[in-house]
Ligand binder design. Structure first.
Ligand code: IMP
Length: 431
């Protein structure tokens, strides 16, 4: 049975939540492998909107097993809020949510440091403590989910961390120091609420793989926000690419059968960093309002621009994508002309492959191909044949440029408004 990774092909917010929700129908397990509650996955079912930050979007399908892997950093308060929010809407959680013992906890000092260090770094982080939690993980001082289950050990680790952090908060950031007892009792309270979900997710997911279950690996953010392969330093602090599924869950690369990339029919980015096709004019504002481009986590307006196939082609390569899900096609319905960026021009040179030099990314001029818009509604179309010819031509031109097929096309926020040309669970070749 195929195991499929769903990964963002741009700077996040590509609409992965909806695609994962659709594919979850054919999955037994949906497992998240990196990031934290910086992510926001929006799913609309029967006109009801669900915004998930930590729990895999598959949870909305009754009976699906959902896992949060060791690669995720977890703010227990945010997690509990999400669990309670879903329960209050009648979604069953207790027997189907599993959280890795080895996932790291976001602590109150992480959020303060994230916000304070943002003053000098200006990355435009979500301010949720994600980066500082990963810093502690790599520094080998992090506190893990399993520590919540051992109050004595948790206290010792907290004591040690807090003595360093309070020094930093007070002397460097001139911020108030945090109280050990207050954090300790708060986190012990969290342990009572989430202890039952904590388990060895790596062993569990490998059991499901052994039993030939269909597994969907859920990536957060996107390839260009990956800590190693993104537009560094304007990135998040985890491996958002498909390879992150292996380290972030403890599964071997041989267990992955296909990678579905998700790309918008145009481009958006939230936070700072280079964005070659950004439209800072009326058109950019128009895309933002038509596409309702405001962050699901922070509510920040997203920067908008034309589709950049230099970016998507790069993502296809880095992730070994088998195919693409193209979202928000309907947002382009009214434009008489639509542009596709096929290269970057900088100091007389043309770059067709993604450059990593920030001087090029910040200062290049996009090289555009222009195609005629279809100027009729595609909203709600469910069959490829029913799309206007010019919309089909746009899709086929993107396929030519990126070198893989567009297998899924989303024509509105709703679950049912989707064209499925190939279902990854049924049609992707096993490696
Ligand atoms: P952090 O992940 O909060 O540290 O933020 C680092 C960068 O990643 C910032 O530019 C954020 O706006 C961006 N970012 C983090 N999560 C998401 C996401 O889910 N969608 C889009 N951008 C994100």
């Amino acid at each position: 049975m195929p195991n499929i990774v769903v990964v963002g092909a741009q700077w996040g917010d590509e609409g992965k939540g909806k695609i994962i929700d659709i594919l979850a129908k054919d999955a037994d397990v949906v497992a998240r492998y990196q990031g934290g509650h910086n992510a926001g996955h929006t799913v609309v079912v029967n006109d009801e909107e669900y915004i998930l930050h930590l729990i895999p979007s598959g949870i909305i399908h009754p009976g699906k097993i959902c896992m949060i892997g060791n690669g995720v950093v977890i703010d227990p308060e945010a997690l509990i809020g999400e669990i309670e929010g879903l329960k209050s809407r009648g979604i069953a959680i207790d027997n189907n949510l599993f959280i890795s013992k080895n996932s790291h906890l976001i602590m109150p000092y992480h959020c303060i440091i994230d916000k304070e260090s943002e003053r000098s770094k200006s990355i435009g982080t979500t301010g949720r403590g994600i980066g500082p939690a990963y810093v502690d993980k790599v520094a080998r001082t992090g506190i893990r989910m399993s520590d919540l289950l051992d109050p004595q050990l948790f206290r010792e680790k907290l004591e040690l961390n807090l003595s360093n952090m309070n020094y930093l908060l007070y002397n460097v950031y001139k911020s108030e120091q945090l109280d050990l007892e207050e954090i300790y009792s708060k986190y012990m309270g969290y342990a009572k609420k989430i202890g039952k979900y904590i388990t060895d997710v790596s062993i569990l997911i490998n059991k499901y793989i052994e039993e030939n279950s269909n597994i969907l690996f859920e990536g957060a953010q996107g390839t260009l926000l990956d800590i190693d392969h993104g537009t560094y330093p304007y990135v998040t602090s985890s491996n958002a690419i498909a390879g992150g599924a292996c380290t972030g869950l403890g599964i071997g690369p041989t267990k992955i059968d296909g990678v579905l990339g998700v790309s918008k029919a145009y481009t958006t980015r939230v936070g700072s960093g280079p964005f070659p096709t950004e439209l800072k004019d009326k058109l950019g504002n128009d895309l933002r309002s038509k596409g309702r481009e405001y962050g699901a986590t922070t509510g920040r307006p997203r920067r908008c621009g034309w589709l950049d196939v230099v970016v998507v082609r790069y993502s296809v390569i880095i992730n070994g994508m088998s195919g693409i899900a193209l979202t928000k096609l309907d947002i382009l319905d009214e434009y008489p002309n639509i542009k596709i960026c096929v290269g970057y021009k900088y100091k007389g040179n043309i770059y067709n492959e993604m450059p990593h030099e920030s001087s090029v990314l910040w200062n290049c001029e996009p090289v555009y191909e222009e195609i005629e818009g279809w100027q009729e509604s595609t909203a709600g179309i469910k069959r490829f044949d029913s799309l206007p010819d010019k919309a089909k031509a746009y899709i086929e031109r993107i396929e030519d440029l990126i070198g893989v097929s567009i297998d899924i096309i989303s024509t509105s926020q709703k679950r049912e408004d989707t064209i499925i040309k190939q279902n990854p669970f049924k049609d992707y070749l096993l490696v």
